[in-house]
Design a binder for this molecule. Structure first.
Ligand code: HEM
Length: 412
């Protein structure tokens, strides 16, 4: 018996609907349920995605993490259909997230020190002050677009501060960053105009970051760019181009994900308002609530990795070189692991969602994201007691990998 008889029963057609960015709207969780039920062990016949194995069950994701036979590298750039050369590709190749294991590990460990739970904890007062400032500004209005007025400015300002970019440069950085991200978005076919715009934005972004590197080299401050410049003295293999690419990676990875999570988390709460009442009565449970919001509707719906050797998988074999796509959104709602998965339950005992990925590429910014979501959600429901949806029509951004809301109109 299919969980959703109104949806297709053929995995290829279900998958097509999952990829149909403009049409699937709020249907993802149901489509995921259907795919997990009909094809838990399955290779998607989609050449442009590398015919990946599709993982939708929590137990399979857990077993594959333990096997440590999956890696990420620059083959992913080919999958994103982003073209073969030029400034954009050069920068992407230098990002440690797309490098083969040995260099990935070395580069990541150089940056990691700025992201340990202890160093992130120091940001707590500054994050709360930013949240307070944003809410002071909107509170008298009685309504806002939660994405543009709240969920977006918070993470972008935090990441700029952490890296050492002056706050007044945020709009400029955002301009580069949006065009850069669009260049990498496999949802849209790449036109020569997009390619050119993306490459121009990349050159401007790199020039901006290199000026920042030069400024911090001349006068170090307490920020990540200064730290990387200092590390460079003992690690000559770290070039200015590497520092620039790392900085751009952190800008890109660090803001849209968190924006999306905050906005979709608030939407989930507004749709299950008894959860807001519960959280107001149990603010001490905010950490558990953040984990549940991360599980419920994650900002990164899929990640693809490659098999570094043959991996036995149920009655089949994932062959060396095969692509394996983890559908985090489906894994996080697997009823075999999370009972009643479509309900927000802040008292769950299982909190082992995969929203920050897994293994060596586990999200570097997980502690920072958790801190921002915690302060954003708690302050929002405390300061705006009558918070409600002002428009039931929900519009998503046309993306799957980075999944988020285009806007969210709320009132109080
Ligand atoms: C709610 C917000 C966020 C979510 C859901 C998220 C999710 C993820 C996921 C799924 C991955 C890939 C993991 C894998 O391949 O197994 C990732 C990687 C990464 N994330 Fe996040 N992220 C978030 C926020 C952040 C923030 C705030 C930062 C930095 C300031 C950040 C920096 C990174 C970096 C640098 C990587 C690449 C790590 C590597 O390849 O070694 N993320 N993130």
């Amino acid at each position: 018996m299919l969980p959703h008889p109104d949806l297709p029963g053929d995995p290829a057609r279900i998958f097509e609907r999952i990829l149909a960015l403009d049409r699937r709207g709020d249907e993802l969780p149901r489509l995921y349920d259907q795919l997990r039920a009909v094809a838990p062990v399955w290779r998607a016949p989609v050449d442009r995605l590398g015919r990946p194995w599709i993982i939708t069950r929590h137990a399979d994701a857990s077993a594959l993490v333990r096997s440590s036979a999956l890696i990420k590298d620059e083959r992913l750039l080919g999958l994103a259909g982003v073209g073969a050369g030029g400034p954009f590709i050069d920068v992407m190749r230098r990002m440690f997230a797309f490098q083969a294991p040995a260099r990935h590990q070395r580069m990541r460990s150089l940056v990691n020190r700025g992201f340990t739970p202890r160093s992130i904890e120091k940001l707590r007062p500054a994050v709360q002050a930013l949240v307070d400032g944003l809410l002071d500004r909107v509170e008298p209005r009685g309504e806002m677009d939660l994405v543009a007025d709240f969920a977006f400015p918070l993470p972008v300002t935090v990441i700029c501060r952490l890296l050492g970019a002056p706050v007044e440069d945020v709009p400029r950085i955002e301009g580069y960053s949006t065009t850069f991200a669009r260049r990498a978005d496999p949802a849209e076919a790449l036109t020569p105009e997009m390619e050119k715009r993306g490459d121009d934005a990349t050159l401007a972004f790199v020039a901006y970051v290199k000026a920042l590197i030069a400024a911090r080299r001349a006068e170090p401050a307490d920020d990540l760019v200064s730290r990387l410049v200092a590390i460079q003295r003992e690690a000559p293999e770290l070039s200015d181009d590497d520092i620039a690419a790392t900085t751009i990676l952190l800008f890109q990875a660090g803001h849209e994900t968190t924006t999306n999570l905050i906005a979709k988390g608030v939407l989930a709460l507004l749709r299950q308002p008894d959860r807001i009442d519960w959280l107001r009565a149990h603010p001490e449970a905010i950490e558990a609530a953040v984990e549940e919001l991360l599980r419920f509707d994650t900002a990164v719906q899929i990640s693809t990795k490659y098999a570094a050797r043959d991996i036995p998988f149920h009655d089949e074999t994932i062959r060396e070189g095969d692509a394996v796509t983890f559908v985090w959104g489906a894994i996080n709602r697997d009823p075999a692991h999370f009972p009643d998965p479509h309900r927000l339950d802040f008292e769950r005992t299982n909190r082992d969602h995969f929203s920050f990925g897994m293994g060596p590429n586990y999200c570097l910014g997980a502690s920072l994201a958790r801190l921002e979501i915690e302060h954003a959600v708690l302050s929002l429901i405390r300061r705006l007691p009558d918070l409600r949806l002002a428009d039931e029509a929900i519009e998503y951004k046309p993306q799957l990998h980075l999944h988020g809301l285009a806007r969210l109109r709320v009132a109080w």
